[in-house]
Design a protein around this ligand. Structure first.
Ligand code: RET
Length: 284
């Protein structure tokens, strides 16, 4: 009798997540679920390998504009390794109670809010690299950067809103509108720019991977525990990890293999971006 009562208590503790879980309990929870844990660990490894590959492929770059693109793609993986370390350590995920009307209303659901937070810092570098490859101007590049930050911050708000289901989806709608601005810039503005710049072949490949891949994120959000809860947490997490592999690492490798040869379409001369016009820094 006593034994079974103790079991019941343990089973209950599994089902009902306590309101406040400590960071080490969340850490334990993540590593108790190998599928979830691997979705983080695999990306830490891939981001590390990608950084090493960028260093290797970029070792002979001399042109400052080509170097700026290489630094930009490197920062995507620098942010990514930090983002996944935050998730793996239990620092940037929490159990959040879903509002009334949600498929898991009243339940504590594991929310990986660190993802939405760190996309704020990684997606701008993807867009800076794409915009520069397309030969775009500062206005369009900065507009895309501002809108991706707005998209990620409002996506974070959607995930963390617990007061009302309507408000969660309202944030989702705002975020999606910002996303459409980015899609427009990529598909219309930068496609035209890339034709002028002579980089359209590579840009078209990057464009398809980016636009198709990026659409996967809101779809996954809607189907995952944050939205309609059709997919469980581990599957959703793997979904994001796979999308990250396409939109970050594959895009980075394609860019670096092309950039390593320093094609004339991408170089701008030694005094590019010099703070003293006409003077190139000594080590360039
Ligand atoms: C959210 C939910 C709200 C609506 C929309 C979203 C879009 C997210 C996107 C993320 C892209 C992330 C990338 C990360 C790489 O490090 C926030 C999921 C539209 C497009 C490419």
């Amino acid at each position: 009798m006593v034994h079974s009562a103790a079991l019941d208590k343990a089973a209950l503790a599994q089902l009902v997540q306590p309101l406040e879980m400590t960071q080490s309990e969340i850490f334990q929870h993540v590593f108790d679920d190998p599928v979830l844990a691997w979705s983080f660990v695999a990306n830490i490894a891939l981001a590390g390998l990608t950084i090493l590959l960028i260093v290797y492929l970029g070792r002979n770059l001399t042109d400052p504009r080509a170097k700026l693109i290489a630094v930009s793609v490197m920062l995507i993986s620098v942010v990514s390794i930090s983002s996944y370390s935050g998730l793996a350590s239990g620092l940037t995920l929490s159990f959040i109670e879903m509002p009334a009307g949600h498929a898991m209303a009243g339940e504590e659901v594991l929310t990986m809010w660190g993802r939405y937070l760190t996309w704020t810092f990684s997606t701008p570098f993807i867009l800076i690299a794409l915009g520069m490859i397309a030969g775009s101007n500062l206005t369009k590049i900065l507009t895309s950067v501002a809108f991706t930050i707005a998209m990620c911050v409002t996506g974070l708000a959607a995930a963390l809103t617990t007061s009302s289901l309507v408000m969660r989806w309202w944030w989702f709608v705002i975020s999606s509108l910002f996303f459409l601005v980015i899609v427009y810039i990529i598909l219309v503005e930068w496609t035209a720019d890339a034709k002028n710049a002579g980089t359209i072949d590579l840009f078209n490949t990057l464009k398809i991977l980016t636009v198709v891949g990026w659409f996967g994120y809101p779809i996954l959000w809607a189907l995952g525990v944050e939205g309609f809860a059709v997919l469980d947490v581990a599957i959703t997490s793997w979904g994001y990890s796979v999308l990250d592999i396409i939109t970050k690492y594959i895009v980075t490798v394609l860019i670096m293999v092309w950039l390593a040869k320093e094609p004339s379409e991408v170089t701008a001369g030694a005094d590019y971006g010099a703070s003293l016009p006409g003077f190139a820094p000594a080590d360039d």
